[in-house]
Design a protein around this ligand. Structure first.
Ligand code: NDP
Length: 399
């Protein structure tokens, strides 16, 4: 596993819980002390785990260093939970060393606030020719949301027409301003223009332009905003009957107020500026002074609710169906010393890796989650801490 942040901690601990599949795990990251801390926590909190855990330092931007480390350790696969910037170097290293690959976020160039699958889809032939598999986006959204969509398509609809992915964090970490996962990636995502799919084309919006109140079952009604999220790109490609696909996320008023001030004064810019002879992007500086996502965990209360609503046709009749998960921050802290956002990402990463290692999801090439049979993944979500629920014929997201 590469990356030892909030998500990495959860992945490692879930692997340690699942020690009959993950018999050996190396935690490698830029800062070895963070890997050692996770390894120590596994010893402390999961003393009966038989997983043999080792740690190493690696700069995942450096393909040669990755090839050396992977070549020495000889894993079956690499779980990439570093940052989206590292996806391509890690995929290159996997190809060179002949190991499978999994990540939770699509590639994003550091100097361009843009993410899309084209860069990783371009590896399709190379992975196929090498007989290796790359599973893209095995987190919650993307990840579980893609699997929910495939489950809808398999079990509930003859044709899916309208898709709304909804993501609510109704939790509170008690800080005036903090982001729940890597601040740089999070802020780049939110301050970008929104985009949704309608009638065969992308419709662009200004940031946070479209909103509505959405009821999140078992949680609350919250104001939610349309933003562009990476799974929309693969889902509209793989489910071509979709007439519209949107992604909604909740943001509190305080969060938006802080973000808009930071943006107005230039603190979210990715353009480096020179200070005392050093070039630094304001957003990188901001990341350095904001609380680390994993540090929010101890006092986090409340729940997340993430789900997918589909409207379409079943047996000639119109139908609306919703699949969702509710995750409690305090519960996840009790279990793996992490907040719910890291947990909802880390558990699907472990499950995706498990299905690959068990050969249940194993096919040479580069794949998105909805391209596999959703059933084993859905079963595993119930077993490994992210149970899902269904609601029929209630329209939670309006047209
Ligand atoms: P963090 O910032 O907490 O952790 C990132 C980790 O990657 C850190 O340990 C960091 O090292 C390490 N890292 C960064 N650059 C390098 C490098 N060049 N070489 C080696 N290691 C490096 O982020 P999160 O844990 O919150 O997020 C991890 C990933 O999960 C991200 O890609 C994020 O986009 C994705 N994600 C996906 C979600 C989903 O639902 N699909 C939801 C949330 C997150 P260091 O400690 O030295 O900084």
């Amino acid at each position: 596993m590469i990356g030892a942040g909030g998500v990495g901690g959860v992945v490692a601990k879930k692997c340690a819980q699942n020690d009959s599949v993950f018999t050996e795990l190396m935690i490698a990251s830029r800062t070895k002390a963070k890997c050692d801390k996770i390894a120590a926590e596994i010893k402390e909190f999961f003393p009966n785990s038989k997983t043999v855990v080792t740690t190493a330092q690696v700069d995942a931007d450096d393909v040669a260093a990755l090839v050396k480390l992977i070549g020495e350790y000889k894993p079956k696969m690499v779980i990439n939970v570093a940052l989206p910037y590292q996806d391509l170097p890690i995929m290159d290293a996997c190809l060179e060393t002949g190991v499978h690959y999994l990540d939770t976020a699509n590639y994003e160039p550091k100097d361009l606030a843009k993410f899309e699958y084209s860069w990783q889809w371009a590896y399709q032939e190379r992975f196929q020719n090498a007989g290796l598999m790359a599973l893209l986006g095995s987190g919650f959204d993307p990840g579980a949301t893609n699997v929910y969509s495939a489950y809808h398509a398999k079990h509930h609809f003859d044709e899916m027409h309208y898709m709304d992915i909804v993501d609510c964090n109704n939790g509170s970490h008690g800080k005036a301003f903090a982001t729940n996962f890597n601040p740089e990636i999070n802020i780049r995502e939110i301050t970008a223009n929104g985009r949704y799919w309608e009638n065969g084309a992308w419709v662009e919006t200004t940031p946070l332009e479209i909103s509505q109140d959405i009821y999140y079952p078992r949680v609350q009604t919250r104001k939610s905003f349309v933003l562009y999220h990476e799974e929309l790109e693969s889902l509209v490609k793989h489910f071509p009957t979709l007439k519209r696909a949107r992604f909604w996320m909740t943001f509190g008023e305080q969060y938006i107020k802080y973000l808009s001030v930071l943006e107005t004064v230039g603190m979210t810019s990715i353009e480096p500026i020179r200070i005392k002879g050093v070039d630094i992007a304001p957003i990188e500086f901001l990341k350095a002074i904001l609380p680390a996502p994993e540090s929010l965990a101890a006092n986090y209360t409340g729940q997340t609710c993430i789900g997918v609503q589909i409207k379409g046709i079943k047996d000639g009749k119109p139908k609306t169906h919703f699949i969702y998960n509710v995750c409690d921050h305090a519960e996840t802290f009790k279990e793996v010393q992490a907040q719910g956002i890291s947990y909802t990402t880390g558990v699907p990463a472990m499950i995706g890796a498990m299905l690959m290692l068990e050969g249940k999801w194993m096919k040479a090439g580069v794949w998105n989650m909805e391209q596999f049979d959703p059933d084993p993944f859905m079963d595993a979500m119930n077993k490994w801490g992210l149970p899902w629920h269904e609601l029929s014929d209630i329209e939670l997201v309006k047209d």
